[in-house]
Structures are given as C-alpha cells and as structure tokens.
Design a protein around this ligand. Structure first.
Ligand SMILES: Nc1ncnc2c1ncn2[C@@H]1O[C@H](COP(=O)(O)OP(=O)(O)OP(=O)(O)O)[C@@H](O)[C@H]1O
Length: 742
C-alpha cells in the first residue's frame, strides 16, 4: 500500500476547510456501491477518523491501460485541481492491484444515472442550461490550466443534493504541456465514441481542448434527449458516422421545446472543423448561458422524491443484468451490444480491440440508409434508446406509460452482401482504410493486443475485409470492475456476489423477454417494403417467390401450404392474393388493364373471370369471404373435366352403334357385350379395336359416374355455402335496416 497524489482536500472544493485524509484503507468503511464504470467501482464510504461521508473510487489497475507512473501523475493532477465545478481527489493510494481515490461524495450521482432512472427523455431546458453552464465553467478552468478532459459526458457530470454540479473523472485527462510518452498518447484514441470529436477519431491527427467542446455539444444533446446521438450503434459504426455524417444537432422542427439560443449554442460546438469551434471561454459568454438559473433552483428539483442514490444504482444494475442476459442471444447481439456501452456509461478508453472488430463485423446494410439521413437515424435512435432498462425503472417519472419500441430488426443476412465491412456504411476504400487505421491505432495503443489465435485472425480479416461479417464471435464480456481479494467483505456484499446474484435474477427475468425477442427476430416477415419491390420487379407477380436467406425454407413451406393452383411455371398462393392487396400499384411495372396486378397471372385471371359467370354468385363474395376463391376453381375444374369426358363418350358412342350402352339413362356401367357376341364378330377387322374401346368406355363411364357424384356433392356444398352467404348478407342487411328502423 503506498500513498499517491495529494493528501489534502476539503469538501470537493474551496467551500470547506482543508482536511487531511489518511492513505490507510482501514480508515475507510466502504458502504453501498453508487456507481461503476469501465475500470472502476465507486462506493459511498465513511472516513472513520472524522465520521465524514466520502466517495471511494476503486480502480482496478489490471483494467487500466495506463502504467502506474501515468496513474500516479494522474492522481497528482487530480489533487492539484481546485475549482468548485471540478471533482477533486482528496487523496489516492494503492491497495494491492487497486487504486483507491478518495473524493467528495456527490449524493445524487451522475446526470446519466439520473436520466436513466427518472428522465429517459432528457431534462428540461432550464436544468440543462444550468448543468451545462457549470460544466463549461469547469472546462474553462481545466483548459486554462492546460488540461484536456477528454471524457466529457453526462456520466461524468455529478450532482450533489443541493444541485451543485461537478465534472468528474480524470482517468483520461491529458496535460497539454506534457511531452514524450504522454504527448504521444494524444495521438491515440481516448474517450467515448459517441462523444468523440472527428479529429480525435482520425488517427494521426492531433487535437486540442476543442475536442472537449465537441464532447460538450454532444453532452448537451444527451441531456436534451436522454441519450447521445448514435448511441444505439456499435463503436465502429459511431466512428464512421461521426466522420461521414453531418454533425448531429437539435432539430429545428423536432426539438421545438428547446429555444433557438440553445440550438445555436449546440450548433457552434458541433462543427467538424475544430478551428471553427469556440473556446470554452468564448462559449461561456454565449447568450444561452445568460439565462441560467442557480443550481439550487433549476437542478435541485430534479431529484425531489427520488430514493437514495444507492437504491437507484441497484435498480439500474438489475436492468443491466437483464441486458447482459439479453446479449447472449445471437440474434439480438448487435442491439444489445450497441446499448450496453452507452447504458453503462462506459468509456471508450477501455475499448477492447477485439470487441471493436467483432462489432464492426455486425455492421449491417439496413442501418446504412441512416448514414445519409442523420435526422431519421436520430429519430429511430430516440425510440430505441429509451427502451429497455430506463422505461421499466421503478422510479420513473416523466415518461411512464409512454410508448416504447424495442428495435429489433429481423435478420436480413442476404441483403447484407458479403461482408459487414463492405456494406454501404464502409463501402469505399477510404472507409476500409479508416477502419483499418483505427483498429491498427488501437492495436498499437493496447499493450495486450494479442498476436495469435482468433484475435490475430480477426485482425487479419479486417484488412482483407471479406470474412469479418461471417465471424460469429462471442463478443459480450461481462466487464467486472473489481477484483475480489482486495475488497473488504462488506463491499463484496454489494458488489460481486450481489452482482452475480442480480445477474442470475436478471437472467431469469430476461428469459421470457429473450424468448420473445428471439421469436420476433427470427420470425420471417412475408410482407413489407424489403420484399415486395423484388417481387414486383419479377416478370410475374405470381412467379415463384424467392425469399432471402434465412427464411427461404419457411416461406417455401408456407407457399406450399397456401397453394391455390399451379399452372406451368406459375404458382399462385392465397398468400399472393393477400400480398396483392399490399403492393403499391406504382411498384408493379406490368400491371394489366384489369387493374389488379394478379390478373396478369393466367390462372388467377381466369378464375376470377369465370367465377363471375357462376349463376347466383352474389357480387359480395369476392371481397367478403375466402371460400369462393377456393371452391369455385375446384368446381370449374370438375365441370370442365366432366364436359370433356361427356364429349368423348358421346363421340365414341356415335362411332360404335353396335354396342349396347346405356349411359345417358341411368349412369350405370354399360352392359358388356356377351362373350358369344364377341366370338361371333371375331372375324371383324374392327373387333380388336372395339374391345379396347369398350374397355375404355367402361372405364370412362365409371370415372364419369364418380365425377358426376363428386360434382353433385360439390354442387350441394356450393348451394349450402350460397345459402349461408345469403343468410349472412341478409343478416347484415337486417342489422343495418334494424338500426335504421330503430
Ligand atoms: N464522487 C462521486 N460521488 C458519487 N458518485 C460517483 C462519484 N464518482 C463517480 N460516481 C459514480 O460512479 C460512476 C462511475 O464513475 P467513473 O466515471 O469515475 O468511473 P470510470 O470507471 O472512470 O467510468 P468511465 O470510464 O466509464 O467514465 C459515475 O458515473 C457516477 O455515477
């Protein structure tokens, strides 16, 4: 155990008198877990010598990218910070493989937690204005001191019970005046992808404090919507979108509730060219911040009536556990993945290169329309990111009962093309290079980048670009942020053991959901815009339908089950008939003059035409019920066959005047010629032929008899159905008339 960093501090700022905090772990009693990040778990704790409540952040050194020297320097920097809006470390010390950082306890936790638990759609503008102004003051101070924060986001904006706002987490901050190793580290990727400025994402290009201004703008959107832009996408996708898309912003139409000043301020921060972004000092002078109310007025009210922070955190952990269970489903992999990083508020400076590459493999085509239409994307993102954990949290306020969509897209594997990396989102060489550069940079940065085995294979395949999408890699890793032996028992009760219990509970809770989702995801969709245009562009709409990949079989089965008739290469199913209703007329290039595209099909056209000729068929039957469609063709078939056979028999009979046949009268089998008669005419040249013909006649007569029976039965059936239909329509009329009479 060794002491690191400053040992003095007081109440998180200049407000209280300086106090010395010991670097002895036994002087701290860790209480509830109040937060967790990529590499740390934060506890409410009692500093025993003064009986003061503090926060202890336990950083798992094994999970940090930095070496001990960097961390020591980091801690020293933290202890020198002295601003009312910046969380200051009282002291820090190493406990085995953990770094304990003692800080003031911020009783209301982070803005992210608060939104997750009670404001899934974001805060109101007065609260946002105050929070942003206080945060900007912190940034202005840090920039003046030569620091770049590099991880500005709602998860790092902490609130205390009086509404005081403090910027936290210097785990990734860089000193602008540093040289050597530290300086070089600014050419690597640090930060959280959704909040990362384009220049930070561009390997090799340097960046400065303006990167914080971009993140600040993203944080403004996060506070306004309840989530950051692109938060539903995997990091690789976010990376591409940040660089390719127009910058996100507050929409003048959609975000009507927000003022013009707010929109303007955000737009100023989210300019891709860093040189055009204002400095924090200049931004602080923007008119938007002039209207800011004091924190105790606009921020404090946000947590009225909320339970204690640790109970909220526990509720969120349960939901996280359910999310993790959900992630196990391969079909929901991408969705769960994209949500997880954001929902846990995890920073990208703990990016796992393997994770990134695997996530890149999951980039799908169907998202790519979004790339060119950022606003739509944002809209869909808004729907999806308010789903799951937020909505079900028990302490919900504003949005309880609002509609919620879990956006799980059916597998459209065939439409993806060969590779995730060759999807439109990264279809050109530039994109591929970008991804490769990015992965390479991250790989260089990461000491633990493995050089062999699966990971290595996957790295190779990234540059080859073709096999990545096929890799089905178990991506999800439960990032435990604390190692056991170093932690007192009391702590374990709230962390690992509890977390695993929660996980189990969460898994069972999520089980049903998972089942449902699995079903939903895999359920083939037999209609919809993706499939219909393809069908419509085929020569005939009634041509055999080729569905995509995964559900071709099931579709075939279904087609068979619904088969109405096959005529040559045409197969018509009742499903086609249903689909025809949904097909936009304009989408069908070869529509017949009869109106319905399906009339192009000989079979369907004929049936419809002829069925109209059936005597006594009420016109209503075509749209009212499905039975005429299936019965009429059958009847017609029988009718046609019978007529043909009758014709044949008649002509045969005409040609055989000698044979005794009694077909017409009783329909029974004809009396066969007696043996003696046959013998007598054996000389006849036609005798052989006659015999054969007689046999044929007998056969045909029998067949005709059965067909006649069948026809009679069908006629009866048809009559009954007609009666039923008549009864039904008269009932309908009766209801209508009754209503009118009454
Ligand atoms: N002083 C504090 N008082 C109360 N809660 C805190 C305090 N510091 C941190 N937290 C809570 O703990 C969470 C995680 O803390 P922190 O962000 O420092 O961890 P981290 O591992 O660095 O996370 P990340 O790297 O993902 O940002 C915060 O989002 C916040 O909710």
């Amino acid at each position: 155990m060794g002491r690191m960093g400053g040992g003095v501090g007081g109440g998180g700022g200049r407000a209280t008198s300086p106090r010395l905090y010991s670097a002895n772990a036994s002087d701290y009693r860790l209480l509830e877990e109040v937060g967790y990040g990529a590499s740390a778990t934060v506890y409410r704790a009692i500093y025993i010598p003064s009986n003061e409540v503090v926060a202890v952040k336990c950083l798992d050194l094994d999970r940090c990218n930095s070496n001990l020297d960097d961390i020591r320097r980091e801690a020293q920097t933290m202890s020198l910070i002295d601003h009312p809006n910046v969380i200051r470390a009282f002291c820090s010390f190493v406990v085995d493989r953990n770094l304990w950082v003692v800080m003031p306890f911020m009783a209301e936790g982070s803005c992210l937690h608060l939104m997750k638990i009670a404001y899934p759609d974001g805060f109101d503008e007065p609260a946002i204005c105050t929070i942003l102004k206080e945060t900007l003051k912190a940034l202005e101070y840090l920039h003046r001191q030569g620091h770049i924060h590099r991880d500005v986001k709602a998860g790092n904006i902490l609130l205390d019970s009086n509404g005081v706002v403090k910027l936290a987490d210097f785990g990734v901050s860089a000193c602008m005046f540093d040289t050597g190793e530290r300086q070089r580290s600014r050419n690597t990727f640090v930060g959280t992808p959704c909040w990362m400025a384009p220049e930070v994402l561009q390997p090799g290009s340097g960046y400065n404090s303006k990167a914080d201004i971009w993140s600040f703008g993203i944080t403004a959107l996060e506070l306004a919507h309840g989530h950051a832009p692109f938060s539903k996408y995997p990091p690789m996708k976010v990376l591409l979108m940040t660089m390719q898309n127009a910058p996100p912003g507050l929409d003048y139409d959609r975000d009507k509730k927000f003022s013009k000043l707010f929109k303007e301020m955000v737009a100023m921060c989210l300019v891709k060219d860093q040189t055009k972004r204002p400095t924090s000092e200049k931004l602080l002078k923007h008119s938007f911040f002039k209207q800011a109310k004091p924190p105790e007025v606009s921020v404090k009210k946000l947590f009225d009536d909320l339970p204690p922070l640790w109970n909220r955190v526990k509720a969120l952990q349960l939901k996280d556990a359910a999310q993790l269970a959900l992630k196990r489903m391969p079909s929901a992999e991408q969705e769960a993945l994209s949500q997880s990083e954001y929902q846990r508020g995890v920073s990208a400076w703990n990016f796992d290169v393997e994770d990134l590459k695997a996530q890149a493999a999951l980039i799908r085509d169907d998202d790519d329309d979004v790339i060119s239409e950022p606003k739509e994307e944002d809209e869909s993102m808004r729907t999806s990111s308010t789903s799951s954990s937020y909505k079900e949290a028990s302490y919900h306020r504003s949005s309880l009962g609002k509609g919620e969509t879990s956006e799980i897209v059916p597998d459209q594997s065939e439409s993806q093309g060969e590779s995730g990396l060759s999807s439109p989102g990264c279809s050109n060489q530039k994109d591929k290079d970008l991804l490769n550069d990015f992965v390479a940079a991250r790989c260089d940065e990461k000491l633990g980048c493995r050089k062999n085995g699966i990971v290595n294979d996957r790295i190779v395949s990234t540059s080859e670009t073709d096999s990545l999408s096929k890799a089905k890699i178990p991506i999800m890793k439960l990032r435990q942020t604390h190692s056991g032996p170093l932690v007192p028992n009391v702590l374990l009760g709230h962390s690992q053991s509890e977390r695993s219990r929660n996980l189990e509970r969460g898994e069972s809770e999520a089980g049903q959901l998972a089942e449902k989702t699995k079903f939903d995801v895999r359920k083939p969709s037999l209609s919809g815009p993706l499939l219909l245009p393809n069908r419509a562009s085929a020569n005939s709409l009634s041509a055999p339908i080729k569905s995509s990949g995964g559900f071709r079989d099931s579709l075939d089965d279904k087609s068979k089950a619904n088969l109405v008739q096959i005529k040559g290469r045409f197969s018509v199913t009742s499903e086609n008939l249903d689909l025809a209703k949904d097909i936009p007329l304009g989408a069908v290039p070869l529509r017949s003059s009869q109106g319905s595209p399906l009339r192009k099909s000989a079979s369907v056209g004929d049936w419809r035409f002829e069925s109209k000729q059936m005597p006594g068929t009420p016109p209503k039957e075509h749209n009212n019920s499905s039975f005429p469609v299936s019965v009429v063709p059958h009847l017609q078939n029988l009718f046609q066959q019978t007529a043909l056979q009758q014709e044949l028999i008649a002509s045969l009979l005409n040609s055989l005047p000698v044979v005794e046949v009694d077909v017409a009268q009783n329909g029974k089998s004809p009396t066969l010629p007696r043996t003696s008669e046959i013998t007598e005419s054996s000389d006849s040249a036609a005798s052989q032929r006659e015999r054969l013909l007689l046999l044929k006649i007998t056969e045909l007569q029998a067949r005709m008899q059965s067909l006649t029976d069948e026809l009679n039965q069908e006629k009866l059936k048809y009559k009954r159905l007609q009666q039923q239909l008549n009864a039904f329509s008269s009932q309908e009329n009766g209801y209508g008339g009754g209503g009118g009479d009454a």
